[in-house]
Design a protein around this ligand. Structure first.
Ligand code: UDP
Ligand code: MG
Length: 336
């Protein structure tokens, strides 16, 4: 390797066949700029096909990468975007910096130049992008739920998860090394980014609407993911549960004393059966919710205890850049 720095661009792909050629041609142009402006001489693409059913993997094999080295990874099935990102980071061990971005062009390739610039000039270990005008683009309900999510996530933790920060980011070599150390198989990347620490810097981004294809994350999936993330990253909900129990117990105790005093010293008017039933149903419901939450935490420990790998590779193809070695321009290797 030469003395210049190397950059890897990690892109998870799930049914994005119609976006790929446009994405790659825009990336190729941006890479040209990055090479000249910042003296980065090795740029390598890592595409992870997360179990696509629309031929995305084959399409990736036919594109023109204009001199960039490429690693194509194919999962044995759909493991999710978080697993795909992990696979990309795992494979980019040579890179001085890794950039992660979506394949659907909602993360404009042109912004890569700014990410690299901030990394080079400010020396931070992570340059992330954050959504600026959330409310306008997504509606009040989603924005409020997202706000509550981050509030709970950041309760009492020593590290914080930056609100509205996306997966479009650059990380340094040591930051990537730190991520590779984390053993969990349920990987909520935004949480892991926060946990790892290091100096970071944010750049505002207003994601354009998806041009082709459809989003894989609808409202229900986002809610499920948020709940999953919450229970795998913070035990704050358990504390809140205990706190709620304490408050209810105290209030009931005071009320109990009040009833006894009223019965002994004042005219007691008996409480109707309806109010007793309502209270029973209320506390029954509360207990079910709390048990369910507790079960969620226990389920997480069961899943992690199995120590399954976060993803399974079906195929790995490395296309080396023609400039460095013309003879081995397309070397294909199948991993087991
Ligand atoms: N993606 C993936 N696995 C999945 C779902 C999505 O690798 O199970 C990829 C997808 O191809 C895209 C990125 O993750 O590159 C973001 O997905 P999407 O655009 O559907 O999400 P949104 O932008 O709505 O958050
Ligand atoms: Mg998208």
């Amino acid at each position: 390797m030469t003395s210049g720095q190397s950059l890897s661009i990690v892109v998870p792909v799930f049914n994005e066949a119609e976006n790929l050629s446009y994405l790659v041609s825009r990336l190729n142009m941006v890479c040209e700029r990055i090479r000249h402006e910042f003296g980065i001489d090795t740029i390598h693409y890592v595409f992870i096909d997360d179990g696509s059913s629309d031929g995305s993997f084959d399409a990736l094999g036919t594109l023109d990468y204009a001199g960039q080295g490429v690693t194509l990874l194919q999962f044995s099935r759909n493991f999710g975007k978080e697993a795909a990102l992990s696979a990309g980071i795992d494979s980019a061990t040579d890179a001085d910096a890794i950039i992660m971005m979506d394949a659907d062009l909602q993360h404009p390739p042109e912004l890569l130049v700014d990410l690299v610039r901030v990394w080079k000039t400010e020396g931070v270990d992570s340059v992330f992008t954050y959504k600026e005008h959330r409310r306008a683009s997504e509606g009040v309900l989603k924005a409020t739920l997202s706000h509550i999510f981050y509030w709970v996530m950041n309760r009492g933790a020593r590290f914080s998860i930056t609100e509205n920060a996306g997966d479009f980011r650059l990380i340094s070599r040591r930051y990537a090394n730190a991520l590779r150390l984390l053993p969990e198989s349920q990987r909520f990347m935004k949480g892991l980014y926060g946990w790892v620490g290091f100096a970071q810097r944010g750049l505002p981004l207003t994601p354009p609407p998806r041009e082709r294809g459809t989003t894989s994350f609808n409202g229900a999936r986002l809610m499920a993911m948020s709940f999953d993330a919450m229970t795998s990253f913070t035990t704050a909900p358990l504390r809140l549960m205990a706190l709620a129990g304490l408050v209810i117990a105290c209030v009931s105790a005071v009320y109990g004393v009040y009833i006894v005093v009223e019965r002994l010293f004042f005219t007691a008017n008996s409480i109707g059966i309806a109010s007793v039933l309502a209270l029973m149903a209320f506390f029954g419901g509360m207990q079910m919710i709390f048990l369910g939450l507790l079960g969620e935490y226990i389920g997480k420990t069961v899943l992690e205890a199995k120590r399954r790998p976060p993803y399974i590779l079906a195929e790995k193809r490395v296309i080396s850049p023609p400039a460095t070695d013309a003879a081995a321009s397309a070397q294909t290797e199948i991993s087991s």
